[in-house]
Write a protein that binds this ligand. Structure first.
Ligand code: NAP
Length: 344
């Protein structure tokens, strides 16, 4: 079979679409999936460039996000031809003493395409533990845009303690609107009834339909960003900041939070250092919350919510798998608004 892989970390030119060994036999509880669509995450770029915490085995199979069709099944839960989404992590969901534990907090937690084998292959074999039927209202391309970023956004919103129907007046900031994670955050927050959202981007061209959504206001990043957002959030400040931009916006984020406000962060695209004046932290009783992906329960909950609310993810552009270098270049350029999707 063919797959997307690299033989050494480094530049996008190391990516190959070529022959890759296929698992011949599947075990009870497993299914074989045909690739219907996959999507890129910024993570795929970090992994290609080389992450110190990852023990690579080469060839390294890429990709975390997959929408697949069951083409062979030894599972009691999934039948042939079913369209499914795959949890982008792996873990048995037990702590070191064997007690139940959210997968993404377990020591054995791995991310597909990072420290577990990836999914950008014509076929992959997976345990039915990690599968859920794809929402019926979505195309395969849309469905493949869901797993990693919606899972991440769902847990971030849970950490911020924002609940459906109770957040219309809560001032919320979402940074980096062009990103897959932020589009997921905005979609979920909108479906929860949020009506006081500020979002930022380096480019106004990325505001899209969000600038027409009642209660949503876009801000292009500039030297006036802090003043603009402070004025928007009058009189108290911002209750929750969702961020993955990192260093470039960290101090602004902290200064904008109201007393008792929360910064929920899942990434550091612009750099991973942040200066924190501890007086802000304790005087204003801020909460800094780190978040990485989510548990299997989160995964199933967010997909059911997407189905219930008929949410459609934002797709930026699609590329055939064999044009994988072009797709990664587009991701690296930062031109996207939403997800970059790979098709067979
Ligand atoms: N911990 C987790 O579980 C988790 C999960 C998913 C993602 N992440 C991390 O979250 C980040 C976003 O992921 P993604 O896949 O959604 O990425 P993405 O689609 O590539 O989007 C990245 C966005 O970040 C913004 N950005 C980048 N550099 C910036 C800078 N110097 N100043 C201001 N904004 C900047 C841009 O938004 P604009 O174009 O709108 O300016 C860019 O589009 C990545 O760092 C990723 O590794 C972490």
């Amino acid at each position: 079979m063919k797959a997307v892989y690299f033989q050494k970390t480094g530049s996008i030119s190391n990516l190959e679409w070529g022959d890759f060994p296929k698992r011949e036999k599947i075990k009870p509880g497993e299914v074989r999936l045909k690739f219907l669509a996959g999507s890129l995450n910024h993570l795929d770029l970090w992994v290609l460039k080389g992450l110190p915490r990852v023990r690579y085995t080469f060839p390294h199979l890429c990709g975390a996000d997959l929408c697949g069709e069951v083409i062979e099944s030894k599972s009691k839960k999934f039948k042939l031809k079913e369209k499914v989404l795959l949890y982008p992590g792996t873990s048995l969901g037990k702590d070191s003493l064997g007690r139940p534990c959210p997968e993404n907090l377990c020591d054995d937690f791995k991310i597909r395409g990072e420290n577990a084998p990836g999914v950008f292959a014509e076929e992959i074999v997976a345990s039915d533990r990690y599968l859920i039927k794809a929402p019926k209202h979505l195309t395969s391309i849309e469905a493949a845009s869901i797993p990693l970023v919606y899972l991440t956004a769902w847990q971030m919103i849970e950490k911020a303690e924002l609940k459906p129907g109770k957040i219309s007046t809560v001032p919320i900031l979402v940074n980096g609107v062009g990103s897959g994670v932020s589009q997921a955050l905005l979609n979920i927050l909108n479906s929860f009834g949020a009506k006081r959202i500020a979002f930022t981007s380096r480019s106004e061209a990325k505001f899209g339909d969000w600038k027409k959504t009642p209660g949503f206001t876009g801000f292009t990043l500039s030297e006036n960003t802090y003043d603009d957002l402070k004025s928007w959030a009058k009189p108290d400040g911002i209750s929750v900041v969702f961020d993955h931009v990192g260093e470039a916006l960290f101090e602004t984020n902290i200064r904008l939070l109201k007393r008792g406000g929360k910064l929920v962060t899942c990434g550091a695209t612009s750099g991973h250092k942040g200066n924190l004046d501890l007086r802000h932290l304790y005087f204003r009783q801020l909460q800094l919350l780190g978040s990485t992906m989510g548990s299997l329960k989160h995964f199933k909950d967010v997909i059911r919510w997407i189905e219930k609310k008929k949410i459609h993810p934002k797709i930026s552009k699609t590329f055939p798998l064999q044009n994988i270098q072009e797709a990664y270049q587009y991701l690296e350029s930062g031109s996207q608004t939403g997800k970059i999707v790979l098709t067979p």
